[in-house]
Design a protein around this ligand. Structure first.
Ligand code: TNX
Length: 538
C-alpha cells in the first residue's frame, strides 16, 4: 500500500501519513499528483509567454482568488493604483468578484499586492518579482511599468476562463511559487498600417490591449502612404479632408483618419498600458496621397491622380523645393507636439523614384529636423545610407543576412530595431492557403516567426546595437479587426518572446506548448487567430 502526498493537503492528513511512514509503510511524494491540489485548468507557473527569466514553482502552496480578495497597491502612488484598477477590470467580468483596489495598509484579507520599491536593480524599469503564496500574490517592481508587466503575467497564471466576458462559476487558483522577470530588449514593437486601410480608434485600442498582454511596449502607426493620409495636420488641412476621405485606401475601401483628439486619446490609452506610440509619416517616397492634396509637393506642380492600387516606389517629394521642407517641418512639428514618446518615424523606404543623391540630401536635412523637434528619428533601414542616421534608429526590414550599409551605420552608432520581412512581417501569409496577406517575403508559419535570434540575424549587427524587435502588419489585404487579429495571432507572441525573453530561454517545443494554451483564451476574448497546425491547441 502506498500513500500519495499531494501538496495542499490538510495538516492532520499529513501528520497521519507521516505516522504511517514511521510505521514503515512507504510514502511517496508525488509531484505529478500535486496537481490534485490545484483544480484542473490551473496553469503551470512555467506556462507564461514571453518566458520569464526565472520561475520557481512551489507545489506546497497556491493562492485562491475569492470573493474577499482585495487588490492592494503601493500607498501614495497613483500609477500603482491605476495598474491595480486595470487588473481589477481584467479580473471582475469572469470572477464576478468586487476586487476593491485599496491602499496597502487598510486591512488584512487575501490580497494581490502591487508594490513599488523592489530594491532589485536587475529588474530595471520593466521587470518585476511575482510571488504566489497562500494568503497573497505579491508583485514588486522598481517602476509602474514593471507592476503592469507583472499583472500581464498574472493573467496568464489564472485559468483560461478568466478571459470570459461573463461570470464563470469555478475556483480561481494560481499555482504557488515565484517568478523573477525582466526584458532582454528595451523595444518590443508592433505596427499597424492605417494608410492602406484605415483602422478605427476602437480597433487600435483593442490591438493595444492584446499586444500589451505579451509585454509589447511600442505601437508604431504607419499614418501616411500613397493611398491615404490618416492624421490631422492643422497647417495642411487638405491632407485629411482630401486624402483621408471617401475613396481613399486600397481599392478605395479604406477611408478615414485620426483627428488630433483621437490620436491624443490613443496615446493616453496606450500609455495606460505602458505602450508608447511611434507615429510614422513616410517620406520622401510613399507620398502620392499628400501630393493629391497639395500639388505643390510635386516638382511640376501638377496633382497626380489618387492611387488605390498596391504598387510601391513611384512617388517622391520634390527634393530641391523649399516647399517640401516647409511641409516636412510643419508636419513633424505638429506630430512632435502631439506625441509624448521619444520617436518620430520618417519612413524612408522604397524611395525608388528619388535619385540616390537626392535621397541623401533629403535625409541630411530631415533627420536633424526630427532632433530639432525634440525627438529621436526612426526610419526604415534605407536611412542607413545617410551619415546623419548615426543618432537615429534604423528598422531592419531587409530579408538578407548581411547588409553592408546597415553594418556601416551601426559602426557609426545607429541603433537597430529588427523586423526582417521574412520572419517578422505579420502580413505575410502563413502558407499557400492563407486567404489574406502577401507572400513577397515568403510564407511565415509560427515556427519561422519564432526561430531566429535578433542579435545574430544580421552580420555585424550585434546585441549592443539592437534596441529591439518589431512585428509590422501592413494592411494592403486587411480591412477588419478580425483580419488584423488573424494575421497577428499567433505570430505576434513569437516576436514578443524574441524581444522580451533571454536568449537562453529560446526553445521552440516549450514555446509551442505554451502557445497552445492561448487558443481558448483568444476564443473567450473574441480574438480571431490562425489555428496553426504546428500547435496543439487547448
Ligand atoms: C514593403 S517594408 C513596404 C510596404 C508594403 C510592404 C508589404 C517597407 C518598409 N515597405 O510599403 O506595405 O512591403 O509587405
Amino acid at each position: 500500500m502506498r500513500f500519495y502526498v499531494a501538496s495542499g493537503m490538510a495538516k492532520p492528513v499529513l501528520t497521519r501519513l507521516l505516522a504511517l511512514a514511521v510505521l514503515g509503510l512507504p510514502v511517496v511524494v508525488a509531484p505529478a499528483l500535486a496537481s490534485a491540489a490545484t483544480p484542473p485548468g490551473t496553469p503551470a507557473l512555467t506556462g507564461v509567454i514571453p518566458a520569464p527569466v526565472q520561475v520557481t514553482p512551489d507545489s506546497g502552496t497556491r493562492f485562491r482568488l475569492g470573493p474577499r480578495t482585495v487588490i492592494r497597491t503601493q500607498p501614495g502612488s497613483p500609477e500603482a493604483r491605476a495598474v491595480g484598477e486595470r487588473l481589477a477590470e481584467d479580473l471582475r467580468p469572469a470572477t464576478g468578484y468586487p476586487l476593491p483596489v485599496l491602499p496597502i495598509a487598510r486591512r488584512a484579507a487575501p490580497s494581490i499586492a502591487l508594490l513599488l520599491g523592489a530594491g532589485e536593480e536587475r529588474l530595471g524599469d520593466e521587470g518585476y518579482r511575482l510571488t504566489v503564496g497562500a494568503s497573497a500574490i505579491t508583485i514588486r517592481a522598481n517602476r509602474p511599468a514593471g507592476l503592469f508587466a507583472g499583472t500581464r503575467t498574472l493573467l496568464q497564471l489564472l485559468p483560461a476562463q478568466i478571459d470570459s466576458p461573463t461570470p464563470v462559476a469555478r475556483s480561481w487558483v494560481v499555482a504557488g511559487g515565484s517568478i523573477v522577470d525582466h526584458p532582454r530588449f528595451a523595444y518590443r514593437g508592433a505596427m499597424l498600417d492605417l494608410a492602406r486601410h484605415f483602422h478605427t480608434p476602437d480597433e487600435i485600442k483593442s490591438y493595444i490591449d492584446e499586444i500589451s498582454r505579451f509585454k509589447v511596449n511600442h505601437l508604431h502607426l504607419h499614418l501616411s502612404d500613397d493611398q491615404g493620409w490618416r492624421i490631422q495636420i492643422d497647417s495642411w488641412p487638405r491632407l485629411t479632408t482630401v486624402s483621408g476621405g471617401p475613396g481613399t485606401g486600397v481599392d478605395g475601401a479604406g477611408p478615414g483618419y485620426l483627428t488630433k483628439a483621437q490620436y491624443s486619446d490613443l496615446v493616453r490609452y496606450a500609455a495606460a498600458r505602458f505602450v508608447t506610440i511611434v507615429p510614422e509619416i513616410d517620406m520622401p517616397g510613399h507620398v502620392n496621397a499628400a501630393q493629391v492634396a497639395y500639388p505643390e509637393l510635386t516638382c511640376d506642380g501638377v496633382a497626380p491622380p489618387p492611387r488605390t492600387d498596391t504598387a510601391v516606389g513611384y512617388s517622391s517629394l520634390c527634393i530641391g523645393s523649399e516647399t517640401t521642407y516647409r511641409f516636412v517641418d510643419d508636419v513633424l512639428r505638429e506630430l512632435a507636439a502631439l506625441t509624448p514618446g521619444p520617436y518620430l518615424h520618417i519612413g524612408g523606404d522604397e524611395a525608388h523614384a528619388t535619385p540616390e543623391a537626392d535621397y541623401r540630401s533629403f535625409m541630411a536635412r530631415v533627420l536633424p529636423l526630427v532632433a530639432r523637434h525634440g525627438k529621436t528619428a526612426f526610419g526604415w533601414n534605407e536611412i542607413a545610407k545617410s551619415p546623419e542616421s548615426a543618432a537615429a534608429i534604423a528598422q531592419y526590414w531587409d530579408t538578407a543576412p548581411a547588409n553592408a550599409t546597415v553594418a556601416a551605420a551601426v559602426a557609426r552608432g545607429t541603433k537597430v530595431v529588427m523586423s526582417p520581412a521574412n520572419q517578422a512581417y505579420l502580413d505575410m501569409k502563413y502558407d499557400r492557403t492563407t486567404p489574406l496577406g502577401l507572400s513577397w517575403a515568403g510564407y511565415i508559419e509560427v515556427r519561422t516567426a519564432y526561430d531566429w535570434d535578433p542579435a545574430t540575424r544580421v552580420a555585424a549587427v550585434d546585441e549592443p546595437a539592437i534596441l529591439g524587435v518589431e512585428a509590422p502588419l501592413w494592411s494592403e489585404t486587411l480591412r477588419t479587426l478580425d483580419d488584423i487579429e488573424f494575421m497577428a495571432f499567433p505570430r505576434l507572441p513569437a516576436i514578443a518572446e524574441l524581444g522580451w525573453s533571454a536568449r537562453a530561454a529560446h526553445d521552440w517545443d516549450s514555446f509551442a506548448d505554451r502557445l497552445g494554451a492561448h487558443g481558448p483564451r483568444w476564443e473567450l476574448r473574441n480574438v480571431n487567430f490562425y489555428p496553426s497546425p504546428q500547435i496543439t491547441w487547448g
